[in-house]
Design a protein around this ligand. Sequence first.
Ligand SMILES: [Zn+2]
Length: 380
Amino acid sequence: MKIDLRFTENNFYCKVLIDLGEVKTNKFEFLLNDNLEIHKTKCNNIDVNFKVVEKINPLFRSTCKKMVIESENDINKIELEYSGTVAIFGDDEGVGITEQIKVLSFYTSWYPQELSHQDILNEEIIIHDCENFFVVKGVYDKENKVWKYGNQGFDPYNIIAYRKDVLKIVSNEYFNVFYIDESIAQSANELKEAYTHILNFYQKELFPEININVMDIACLSPALNDYGAYKRKDLLVTSVLGEDQFNILWFLGHELAHEWCKEADVFCWEDWLNEGTAEWAWILYALKYQKDMFINKIEPKLKESINIGGVKTADGSRPQDVHIRSAVILYKVYLKYGEEIVKQIIQQFVKLEIATTNNLLIAIENNISKDVALFLKDIL
Ligand SMILES: [Zn+2]
């Protein structure tokens, strides 16, 4: 998919090109954020009409229209033009396009998703008229005065652009923190020390040592106030870094652990494996190096939710509150068997070739104990 993107103060305008290559079809379907207004649809250079067949709410994302393009002839090349604005998450969390920050991501379906046929073009996004902005992970092409984005081995649809005159950056050898909200400055500096310490614990004591690339941490406050975050390869997107030392460590420890804890399917209940182990990776850090924090901040939260119930759903779907549910499951293991067994479970998880709950239970039975495997199976 090739996308030409332009921002105005509060909107964006997109031209999208999709090439299906040799495919022979006369019907093409995809999803797009329902807020966006379609200006043009073309097939093989000829204007065609489209139909919106239904409105749907795909997992994790904004409300979308399911669009269908039909043509009497084979459809190979599809061009779309549309414009509008999106939130930062879902339908109404944060404002994606503001004067100072522009934010686009998978979560707001700003580009065609769930295509009915595979597109053969490399993922490439060209951002025009954006020389006053800095695009995180983008490459500026001076000659053509455009930002280029994509084709660099990361998910290219997460765009964060800061107006240069308000952008601030705190960096060390492990990360760059980008922000405009001055209140983030202090936490960005506190992060420098905390990051090294947690990373050391993960690399030397908990997980197998891996290469960690420099992480770009993009803070979206004030465009996003609610605390929310997501991570894509070496990009971490969040509102703020956390209000105090506890929240900074929590945020950082959890997200950094996802460098290892990420192989289970995130679209169903099995995501508890990623979330539970990432959460407990940093709880193990706290148990060892920040015991007061564990006693005063973490354990009360876990106790409070002790009766929240398991993670397994009848239809296999992902529970909305999978984070706390999976943290509580491993808390129950901790209460019965202690921190060393939780550590071993996490280590078994990251070793799995195919990361499923069943495989983890087998690995626990073979390498830790049958008792622990049965106990865990019972509380899922
Ligand atoms: Zn997570």
